[in-house]
Design a binder for this molecule. Structure first.
Ligand code: CP
Length: 339
């Protein structure tokens, strides 16, 4: 595995080929990744398979439930010819016997896996495992597939790729993030990544029980991103290029009263057909999914509904990440061919 090419940077002392946080990416990294994803979308579509990752073993280690992240990683690994192993870490692995996540990482390194995609309930889980493995010789790359309330950087990559496909730019767009911004990791990762572009405006739309954390707001201030906060979805939707909906993350709130308040407040943060029709014609509605009730299903037929397209893009962005890590020579060759 070649590690001297800087396809993305470092975070808290952990860097390429590990992918643990959105802050690792700058604008140039992102545009290169989008270009490669576009090439792969054209060159390795449904029904085709390449052997560019032949000899590479990918482990999908998921200790929280997942449909899209795990599924699209498995799709990507299969389509690029990698061998893949998938584990429900907390059900059928030695995690039930008390094995720590870092010991699990060391065990998989000993068994010679090349890439570990991990989802874990603990914030910074992927960062901790990557840091532990960094002391080993030729360690596997660790990719964060979601770490508790922390981050979900590959989701943010596919989200931004989708926005880039729609508008052919990210600069100067207005993005409304709606719903549970306090507990949702996708919006945190997306906000960090949006800060790498110029002229971006973010409108946080949430109830007072689910506001975006101060750490993200401070980061946006440091990076000169204009942001505002409101509880009014209609007003925000009318002035946004992208309305990014999220569900109430009830499983991350133990306090029953707060859960009840969150659920009640969220009724005012529901995307309906009537609201969708008031949005600019060129705008799009996104959602990382799964959805609960925050987007009514009759919005799905509105041309602004881009969430299923967004999901499909997860396969291609993850193919690009896997290829860069597992076969960077091929990634460079494809980029050079595309000009
Ligand atoms: N968007 C997302 O992370 O979905 P899953 O939880 O199904 O992986």
């Amino acid at each position: 595995m070649m590690t001297n090419q800087k396809w993305w940077g470092d975070y808290e002392g952990v860097g390429f080929p590990n992918l643990v946080a959105s802050q690792q990416f700058d604008k140039e990294h992102l545009l290169t990744l989008f270009q490669l994803s576009k090439v792969l979308k054209r060159n390795v579509p449904k029904g085709t398979r390449q052997d560019w990752l032949k000899g590479c073993t990918c482990l999908n280690l998921f200790s929280e439930p997942s449909t899209r992240t795990r599924g699209s990683n498995e799709m990507s690994e299969g389509r690029l010819g990698a061998a893949k192993i998938s584990f429900d870490n907390d059900q059928f692995s030695s995690a039930v016997k008390g094995e720590s996540k870092t010991d699990a990482g060391l065990a998989w390194h000993a068994m010679e896996v090349d890439i570990i995609v991990m989802r874990h309930k603990d914030e910074n889980a992927a960062l901790d495992v990557a840091r532990c493995l960094s002391h080993e010789e030729n360690p596997p790359a660790v990719i964060n597939g979601g770490d508790g309330k922390g981050q979900h950087p590959t989701q943010a990559l596919l989200d931004l790729f989708t926005i880039f496909e729609r508008f052919e730019k990210i600069d100067n767009l207005t993005i409304a993030m709606v719903g549970d911004l306090l507990r949702g990791r996708t919006v945190r990762s997306l906000a960090y990544m949006l800060s790498k572009f110029t002229g971006v405006k973010i409108i946080f739309v949430s109830s007072r029980f689910s506001k975006m954390g101060q750490d993200v707001k401070d980061y946006l201030n440091e990076h000169g991103v204009i942001w505002s906060e409101t509880e009014n979805l209609v007003e925000a939707a009318r002035q946004s290029d992208v309305v990014y909906m999220t569900r109430p993350q009830l499983e991350r709130e133990r306090n029953l009263i707060k859960r009840w308040l969150m659920r009640r407040a969220n009724r005012n943060l529901t995307m309906t057909k009537i609201i969708a029709e008031q949005m600019p014609m060129s705008s799009i509605i996104m959602h990382p999914f799964p959805r609960n009730e925050e987007i009514e299903t009759d919005v799905d037929s509105n041309e602004r509904a881009w969430y299923f397209w967004q999901m499909r893009n997860g396969v291609y962005i993850r193919m690009a990440i896997m290829l860069i890590i597992g076969n960077p020579t091929k990634a460079k060759e494809l980029l050079a061919q595309a000009g």
